[in-house]
Write a protein that binds this ligand. Sequence first.
Ligand SMILES: NC(=O)C1=CN([C@@H]2O[C@H](COP(=O)(O)OP(=O)(O)OC[C@H]3O[C@@H](n4cnc5c(N)ncnc54)[C@H](OP(=O)(O)O)[C@@H]3O)[C@@H](O)[C@H]2O)C=CC1
Ligand SMILES: O=C(CO)COP(=O)(O)O
Length: 364
Amino acid sequence: MVGAGSWGTTFAKVLADGGAEVTLWARRPEVAHEIREAHRNSDYLPGVNLPPLVTATSDLGAALADAEQVFVSIPSQSLRENLEAMRPLLPSAVPVVSLMKGVEKSTGLRMSEVLEIGLGLDADRVAVASGPNLALEIAKEQPTAAVVSSSSLETAEAVAMVARNRYFRSFVNTDVIGTEFGGVLKNLVAVAIGIVDGVGYGENTKASIITRGLVEMTDFAVAYGAHPETLSGLAGLGDLIATCGSPLSRNNTAGRLLGQGYGYADVVAQMHQTAEGLASLAPVLALAAEKNVDMPICRQVEQVLAGTLDPKDIAPHLTTDDSEPVGERTTDARQTQGRSRLRRTIERALDQLRHGGRSAGGDR
Ligand SMILES: NC(=O)C1=CN([C@@H]2O[C@H](COP(=O)(O)OP(=O)(O)OC[C@H]3O[C@@H](n4cnc5c(N)ncnc54)[C@H](OP(=O)(O)O)[C@@H]3O)[C@@H](O)[C@H]2O)C=CC1
Ligand SMILES: O=C(CO)COP(=O)(O)O
């Protein structure tokens, strides 16, 4: 496991509780020492005991030596700088799994793409795992589920087999784009919900934004080739509900601070853990513009971050243009939607034929 923050450490526990021997790589020797000697990571998971099958090192080579599967859980914006060191140390032919939920700011690439390029891997060796997975709840062994996705079903199943225990169930699919973008995009909606919480608005506002947020997530991901059912699954709707509903979410927390009137710099200074949504917002909006996908909620979050929108003006009566409510599309828009829905239905049918009657999307 590359990364010993809250998620890397928790996922190491998930794997170990399923019977795997796990070596965590921590960049700080003192973190590795505490995990090795005291079976704790008090910086990130206070009060949680780690199983004996989890050990740790700050030597990347020692962590990767003889690994049968490699999981990566560091902040998305720091992935690229770590790959050069990882590349010569990576055992050949093992799956590499991204647990990260961001896109690279400078390129707009998903984390699986950065792994493929930076480590020189075939897509079939790369998998992503995503779902409603708030680390602290899982570290306390509260039951949940996730999706492991790879363009190779065999790779996804091999990883899911290991990432499974009495409180953690892994489903599989081959819709990497949908699974990965689900995790990225729910963070942006969670920031919006945090802003709403911070302002003091109630459940109607939040439900409207969550529901419309899911539409934005689906429109965006489908425009990039995702299957819409993946966005209704654990990696989309599931994670959206968990992240928007929990004060444990760092994205939600960052939003709440913005809603309470703190500026972007203050929020970043107050966050001691990774809030991926803040860095993913700009590249996601750039990608959305490339495909003509309207993302009014994300745009409003961007304006709040930039200080050009008063947080209390964030609202579900969002418009696609100055006059048009988001959900009530014009006839033209409906016709375009109808056409793209037909195209998606045909693509799905073809995809099902390719996958022996099963769609690549959805959680299985
Ligand atoms: N926490 C959660 O509930 C979940 C998180 N995720 C995703 O997992 C990923 C990691 O997040 P999470 O573990 O929560 O983050 P944390 O902030 O808890 O931990 C970040 C980890 O990455 C290390 N790190 C920071 N900067 C670098 C760097 N430049 N190079 C190498 N290592 C670095 C930190 O080391 P140090 O301690 O030395 O700073 C720490 O071990 C994110 O993409 C997040 O979206 C996904 C599902 C659930
Ligand atoms: O991805 C997560 C839950 O699935 C964690 O969300 P935060 O990064 O907002 O804490």
